[in-house]
Design a protein around this ligand. Structure first.
Ligand code: HCI
Length: 393
């Protein structure tokens, strides 16, 4: 049996963490996997999460199943987080999933039941795991133009032209905010014609919202999803609590579906649950319960928001500081785009050979496409890093 198998290639992003751990150099820097770190390089448990876990520990009396959709209080709270506290949720459905990746795969399987012949269009570039997840659901994929490496901005006009290649009924995967891997995002003014095009051409929006709160703020980062929901008849959103609640290993995210009306959302939701039933039966509960406790409690919610905001502002400051350090060390404005980007990542625009050199010579770890994790930067080492980058140019 197993002799027929070849070894699977390692996940390129996760594998970097292993290489980093095995590097003995004290000056090494981990700018690889998208996990938030504080200025000491630690991924701490957020204060509100700790407190919610304490309350959960003290009040929980059973570990029996919660239900197919997970924690319904969590699901409602996620809908309010994404669409706003006062939003009309009557044609929305949400169910808890095992992380944002679990939500992506569940939506992909659901869409494959509804429209197996559709093509899913992805931004060029996109998160490396999007393609295998969508292919596993049986979809053909294609790309639309997105990032212009020369300017570090989104090619908004080319994107619109590219989307015109899609056939009615095709699915368009969009990063709701904080584009991974480029950090370059459409402004809300640039979103408007994209949304209009999707409506005109009957293209189905599938939004990956993994970094809400890491870009311009919790509400601002949901603006594109909210604009879409106000204009399109149907859409799907994969959300994640991994980053904004820092609960990575506990695996919490949600599938969100918007239907033509309440009845359509209910039917689509029942098929989403039939999908998770054959994937893993029921989602894990622990951190979803913690997130629900936080979002339903005014004081805990306020504390979570303020800690999340501090994380966001730290990344923004690091962006500014790193762009300035690169300006000093390179005597050029070539890297100024880093300060304009939002979210956890930007690409330096280096070749794979230059990325290898940064790792081998300087102990600086980033993904092969020169994507770096902003939260992995150290305030007091920005010039060291900038010098190393410039040395490879
Ligand atoms: C990322 O670094 O892009 C997000 C974290 C991640 C990486 C690889 C597999 C799952 C999650």
């Amino acid at each position: 049996m197993f002799e027929t198998l070849d070894p699977a290639p390692p996940d390129k992003i996760l594998n970097l963490s292993v290489l980093f751990k095995n590097d003995a150099r004290p000056t090494k820097m981990d700018l690889g996997v998208g996990v938030y770190k504080n200025s000491q390089g630690a991924t701490v448990i957020m204060r509100a999460v700790r407190e919610a876990e304490k309350r959960l520990y003290e009040s929980q009396t059973t570990k029996t199943y919660v239900g197919m959709a997970g924690d319904e209080g969590f699901n409602k709270a996620m809908l309010q987080l994404v669409f706003g506290e006062k939003a009309d949720l009557s044609r929305m459905f949400a169910c808890q999933t095992a992380g944002g990746s679990g939500a992506l795969r569940t939506i992909a399987d659901l869409l494959a039941k509804a429209r197996p012949d559709a093509t899913i269009w992805l931004s060029d570039p996109t998160w490396a795991n999007h393609v295998p997840i969508l292919k596993a659901a049986g979809f053909k994929t294609a790309t639309y133009p997105y990032f212009d490496p020369a300017s570090g901005t989104v090619k908004a006009d080319a994107m619109l032209e590219g989307l015109k290649q899609a056939k009615a009924g095709d699915i368009i995967l969009l990063h709701g905010c904080c584009h991974n891997p480029t950090g370059a995002n459409l402004t809300i003014q640039q979103w408007a014609p994209v949304v209009d095009l999707l409506v005109e051409r009957d293209l189905f929006p599938f939004v990956d919202l993994a970094y809400q709160g890491f870009g311009d703020g919790l509400e601002e980062d949901a603006a594109a999803v909210r604009l879409l929901a106000s204009k399109v008849a149907e859409m799907a959103v994969a959300t994640s609590c991994s980053k904004n609640f820092s609960v990575y290993r506990d695996r919490v995210g949600a599938v969100i579906l918007v239907g033509k009306d309440a009845e359509a959302a209910k039917i689509a939701g029942s098929q989403a649950l039939a999908t998770t039933r054959v994937l893993y039966s029921m989602p894990p509960d622990h951190a979803a319960a913690a997130v629900r406790i936080i979002l339903e409690d005014d004081a805990l919610r306020a504390d979570w928001k303020s800690e999340l905001e501090a994380m966001r502002l730290r990344m923004l400051n690091l962006r500014k500081g790193f762009a300035e350090a690169l300006r000093r060390q390179s005597n050029s404005s070539r890297f100024d785009f880093i300060a304009d980007h939002r979210g956890m990542f930007s690409r330096l625009g280096l070749t794979e050979a230059q990325v290898d050199r940064l790792r081998d010579e300087f102990g600086i770890y980033m993904v092969g496409d020169s994507r770096f994790n902003v939260a992995g930067l150290k305030e007091d080492r920005l010039d060291d890093l900038a010098k190393a980058v410039v040395a490879t140019l």
